[in-house]
Design a protein around this ligand. Structure first.
Ligand code: 2P0
Length: 348
C-alpha cells in the first residue's frame, strides 16, 4: 500500500501596503490591494505535512500538536475541499486519492497570533502541502486563490520576495490573487529586523477588527479610493528601482494610516503600545538626523495587528539600527541570524 504524504513549508510575509477590510467575507475579497515582502528567515515559517489514506474516517488537523476542529463550511474545510476539487479536475491518471480523508499536521516555529502573521504562513503551507500531496501542477498564483480563502494575507506567502495581492473586481474572486512584483534576488540588500515587543495573543483579531472598520470608519473609504491605488503603483516602482527612500516613506505612511483607520473604528482598536510608539520615535529621529546630514531615509518601521515592529533597512544600516535598539531598549534580547538574510531582535 503506497504512502500518500507530502510536506511543504511557507514563510511569514510582512505588508508594506496593508490589507484591512473585506468586500466579501466568505470568499475573502479585500477592499484594497496590498503589497508585502516575504521573509526568508528560517525562524519564521510554518511547516505542514498532509497525508491521505483510505482508512482515515474524517479530515483532521493538528496545529502545533493540538487538534483543531475542522468546522463544516469554515476556512479550513473550504481550503481542503478546494484543493480536492483541483485534484479531481486535474488530468492526472494516477490513483484517485481525492476521496480519501486527510490528516494534516502544521507547526509554526514562532509564537502564534502575536501579530506575526501566523495565519499567512499557516494557510500558505497548508495549501502547498496539499498541492504536493495531490501532485498538482498549479502555479503559485492559482494556489493563492485558495490560500486567500483560508486567510487573506496567506495568498501573499505563496511567493518569495516582493508580492502584490491584486484585489480584483470579479464577484467570484477569480481575479483576486497574488502576483510577484520582484523576486527576492532583485533586492537582496533590503533586510527586515523583527522587534518582538510582546508575544501575547492579540486583543482584537484581524478578522473581526477589520469588519468593524469596514462598518464604522469613514477614513477607510478615503484610504480605499484615494490613497492605496497610487501607493501600490509608487511602491512597486520604488521596488523595481531599488529606491529605498521612496520605499521607506510609503511603508511608514501606510503603517500609520492602517493604525489610523483602526483608531477611527467604533469602538476604536489599538494595536500599538508605548514600546511600539517609542520605536517609531527612534526611527523617526534616526532618519531625521540622516536627512539633516544630506542623506536619505535609512530605515522604515511597519506594524501589523499587534505591537511588534518590523524595521526594513538596507543591510549596511542594520548593525547601527540593532545597536540603537539595544541602547534604548536595554532589556532587549537581541538575535541576529548569522546565515539568513534577515535579523531579528527581541524588545521586551
Ligand atoms: C496585512 N494584516 O496586510 C494586514 C496588515 C494585519 C495588518 O493581513 O480575516 O489575518 O484571515 O483575511 O489575513 C491580517 O489579516 O485576516 C492582515 P483574514 P488576516 O498583512
Amino acid at each position: 500500500m503506497p504512502l500518500y504524504q507530502a510536506t511543504a513549508s511557507a514563510p511569514v510575509n510582512i505588508a508594506c501596503i496593508k490589507y484591512w477590510g473585506k468586500r466579501d467575507t466568505k470568499l475573502i475579497l479585500p477592499t484594497n490591494s496590498s503589497l508585502s515582502v516575504t521573509l526568508d528567515q528560517d525562524q519564521l515559517r510554518s511547516t505542514t505535512t498532509s497525508r491521505a489514506d483510505s482508512s482515515f474516517e474524517k479530515d483532521r488537523l493538528w496545529l502545533n500538536g493540538v487538534e483543531e476542529e475542522i468546522k463544516s463550511g469554515g476556512r479550513l474545510a473550504t481550503c481542503i475541499s478546494e484543493m480536492r476539487r483541483l485534484r479531481r479536475e486535474s488530468t492526472l491518471t494516477q490513483v484517485q486519492i481525492s476521496p480519501y480523508n486527510v490528516h494534516i499536521s502544521s507547526r509554526n516555529n514562532f509564537p502564534t497570533a502575536a501579530g506575526l502573521a501566523s495565519s499567512a504562513s499557516g494557510f500558505a503551507a497548508l495549501v502547498s502541502s496539499l498541492a504536493a500531496l495531490y501532485a498538482l501542477p498549479a502555479s503559485p498564483s492559482q494556489l493563492s486563490l485558495i490560500a486567500r480563502q483560508g486567510s487573506g494575507s496567506a495568498c501573499r506567502s505563496l511567493f518569495g520576495g516582493f508580492v502584490a495581492w491584486e484585489m480584483g473586481s470579479s464577484p467570484d474572486g477569480s481575479d483576486s490573487l497574488a502576483v510577484e512584483v520582484a523576486p527576492r534576488s532583485h533586492w537582496p540588500q533590503l533586510q527586515a529586523l523583527i522587534c518582538v515587543v510582546s508575544d501575547d495573543k492579540k486583543g482584537t483579531s484581524s478578522t473581526s477588527g477589520m469588519q468593524r472598520t469596514v462598518e464604522t470608519s469613514a477614513l477607510l473609504q478615503h484610504r480605499i479610493v484615494s490613497v492605496v491605488p497610487e501607493r501600490m503603483a509608487a511602491i512597486s516602482a520604488a521596488i523595481h528601482a531599488r529606491d529605498f527612500n521612496t520605499f521607506a516613506r510609503i511603508t511608514m505612511q501606510d503603517s500609520n494610516q492602517f493604525h489610523a483607520v483602526a483608531l477611527d473604528t467604533d469602538p476604536p482598536i489599538f494595536y500599538m503600545n508605548d514600546v511600539s510608539r517609542a520605536i517609531i520615535a527612534l526611527i523617526v529621529e534616526y532618519n531625521r538626523v540622516a536627512v539633516e546630514r544630506g542623506g536619505s531615509l535609512k530605515a522604515a518601521y511597519t506594524f501589523d495587528a499587534g505591537p511588534n515592529a518590523v524595521i526594513y533597512a538596507p543591510e549596511e544600516n542594520l548593525k547601527e539600527i540593532v545597536e540603537l535598539i539595544v541602547r534604548y531598549f536595554p532589556q532587549a534580547d537581541t538575535f541576529k541570524d548569522p546565515f539568513g538574510l534577515f535579523g531579528a531582535a527581541g524588545v521586551r
